[in-house]
Write a protein that binds this ligand. Structure first.
Ligand code: GTR
Length: 406
């Protein structure tokens, strides 16, 4: 039996631009009742309406946080990276309802006079994959198996140490005056369909419905909890915290930026379907395919739009618009057709009217730029050569983008 037939039907992605259906996107500047949004004040109301749709129809509603966070520094190096940085690993214990979840956040800060701007992002294979430093903890949370990164039997191992160092460009960050904060995403919610019983979902025992939060919601919510902690630190400039993520974690970074305006800058690396890519284009991964492959990522309600994207009351350009007027960067890989590079660009472009309401340009080009030609307005974009991945090239653009705005 072919595995693809287990879903009852083989999925063949469309990679033919001429087969992209004609589609009409919801106007981000029209209220449900048909009235026009014509001022930043109007947008505040329209923003609420838009956010509500993404909550009920796409990612689910994440609960407000009313618990306690305990922080404990578990290791600290005062002279990391040749003396240029301080490095800490902090255990955050989230307590609520008699339950606890532990998160381990790895933080590098440049040794500079003032509080440092920080780029915060979830990682796929554990904090120890960012550095050869043997004192960084190997996560004991459930992990997807991946031979290359030393994850077998759903456990991380020493074998992965340092293997993602280049991707996170920690040295460049430090040299340019940025801190990096990261944690393993599976500590927030293990990435399998467990009926929403483990991870941070376990802190809440409310009855679930079709608009309850899924895994993407949990990952994004967790980024906000780390932000709660970063706000308490004197050596972090909480007004300059960017949230970054790749792929499924890029979806989570965008959702974190949409739901939590404390994130002053938002970065989506190859986030694709359910992230920056427009759902209605039906290019590469589709809403139907993503819901069948990852039934735990989104609200159950999102499945209502599988093979039925035109019924969506919103599309992903409006997710980008939820960042306005804050800077947001969208990055694609030219061979990462599954994520629909053009659809990722277009969602940025079609968010422009909202940025313009604030007297900003948004995406500075109305045609997708050539490969390896980044453009940077309040919305930044590049399509890099190569495929799916977060590479030093990508990070380099994010530092440039942050420099430009900060
Ligand atoms: C794929 C999924 C994408 C993307 C990717 C990843 O399998 O279809 O939406 O999230 O995983 O996270 O690497």
């Amino acid at each position: 039996i072919f595995p693809s037939l287990l879903f009852g039907q083989e999925f063949i992605p469309n990679y033919d631009e001429s087969k992209v259906p004609d589609y009409q996107l919801p106007d981000p500047l029209v209220f449900e009742n048909g009235e026009k949004v014509s001022s930043p004040e109007d947008w505040e109301k329209k923003r609420v309406e838009t956010l509500r749709y993404f909550e009920t129809e796409v990612y689910g509603i994440s609960p407000a946080w009313d618990g306690e966070i305990k922080a404990e520094i578990i290791t600290e190096l005062l002279n990391a990276l040749g003396g240029k940085a301080e490095r800490r690993e902090v255990k955050l214990t989230l307590q609520r309802n008699g339950k606890e979840v532990d998160l381990y956040v790895l933080i590098y800060l440049p040794k500079i006079e003032q509080a440092a701007p920080v780029i915060l992002g979830l990682n796929f294979y554990g904090n120890h994959t960012l550095s050869d430093d043997p004192t960084i903890r190997v996560t004991d949370a459930w992990i997807r198996n991946n031979e290359t990164y030393g994850a077998t039997d759903h456990k991380a191992s020493e074998k992965g140490r340092g293997l993602r160092r280049e991707n996170w460009a920690v040295e460049e960050a430090i040299n340019r005056g940025y801190g990096i904060a990261t944690l393993y995403y599976g500590e927030l919610d293990p990435d399998f369909d467990d009926g929403f019983e483990n991870g941070v979902h376990a802190l809440y025992q409310e009855e679930r419905n079709e608009s309850s939060w899924g895994a993407v919601g949990a990952w994004a919510w967790g980024l906000s909890r780390v932000m709660d902690y970063l706000e308490t630190l004197d050596d972090v400039d909480a007004a300059k915290v960017a949230v970054l993520g790749h792929s499924r974690l890029g979806k989570a970074a965008l959702w974190a930026g949409a739901t939590d305006t404390r994130f002053a800058l938002v970065i989506s690396n190859n986030s694709g379907c359910g992230g920056a890519a427009l759902s209605r284009r039906n290019y590469g991964e589709t809403v139907g395919r993503i819901n069948r492959a990852f039934p735990h990522w989104f609200a159950k309600r999102f499945d209502h739009y599988s093979e039925n994207e035109t019924a969506l009351p919103i599309d992903q350009h409006q997710l980008i618009a939820l960042m306005a007027p804050r800077p947001v960067y969208i990055a694609s890989g030219v061979d990462d057709r599954w994520a629909d590079p053009k659809g990722e660009f277009l969602s940025g472009l079609y968010a422009n009217p909202v940025y313009q309401l604030f007297g900003k340009t948004g995406m500075p080009e109305n045609k997708q730029p050539a490969v390896d030609q980044p453009v940077m307005g309040e919305i930044g974009y590049h399509v890099r050569s190569g495929g799916h991945g977060m590479l030093p090239y990508d990070m380099h653009q994010y530092f440039n983008f942050a420099d430009k705005h900060w």
